[in-house]
Write a protein that binds this ligand. Sequence first.
Ligand code: HEC
Length: 287
Amino acid sequence: MKRTAVKGDLVMGGAPDLGLGGAALQRCIESLHLIRALAPEVTLVFSAFLLLCSLGCSRLPDVVVAKFPNQLPKPTAYGAALVESSGGKQTAEVGTPLAQPVVVQVNDEQGNAVTGALVVIRGPNGTYLDPAASLTDSSGQFTTNVSLGTIAGRYQLVASTTTKAGKTVELKVEEIGLGYQEMVGSQLNDQYCARCHNQESTPQRVSNYDNLEVRPHPFTEGETLNKMSDADLTAIIAHGGPALNKSSLMPPYGYTLSKSDIQALIAYIRMVSDPPNGAPGIVYAKK
Ligand code: HEC
């Protein structure tokens, strides 16, 4: 038995015959016509909207790419100072994660670790911090995994916490992102130079440093290396120590390495020097 829905009926189950004929159908057709008539304007407005969106996107956002908890956790305690525990001054290829996490600690006025203090960390555009904020753990520490952006340079990360009085305390941690040329230099350093210029031995390489009568400098020693011009560096690397009236324990590499190899080594030496060399392309965190 067929029954037509009438006003006031609660329609349950199967598709009811609502009797779409007459006025309702007419209105439906009319609105379709209206949309068709409006279409050019609608399209125009829509494309303008898309254009604005893409413009908005191409302007790099000032915010750091970071993994924030949905809501900043509420601190249960406040500290007076922030100190670096580990993870600063690492070098990594741009766009890749640092080998070690960055760990900072919140202390109170007496220097005791504070649990439950909020630490927020930020860095230059493109830096990925996971997490970018959280409460300090039971040993007063905040640990975050860091991936550097795509530009070669020094990356300044700024960690901050708030004191009970509402004052912001900041700590700067610096990391180094190596671009293609510096990566080539870094590999050449591992292959040819580090055994004499790096005091530390690794399982793959025993340091020769302590056996040398004249001690070479680690390439991070900006105090010495920043005083040498690119021409000086090229001369000593290509022709050995005597080229600069230095010890012949520094061998010549002019036959082993190409010009671009030597340039790559210099780019690497400039990038890792501490204090910084003032080389171009230094990236610092936005305030
Ligand atoms: C066999 C050991 C040895 C190796 C390998 C070596 N060096 Fe040296 N290098 C020295 C010594 C020793 C000096 C210090 C000379 C002096 O002060 O009289 C030196 C000095 C230098 C200096 C001048 C700054 C400084 O440290 O005093 C530069 C730059 C340098 N070396 C670059 C390189 C590069 C680049 C490589 C790899 C391509 C390399 N060295 C490989 C032993 C070495």
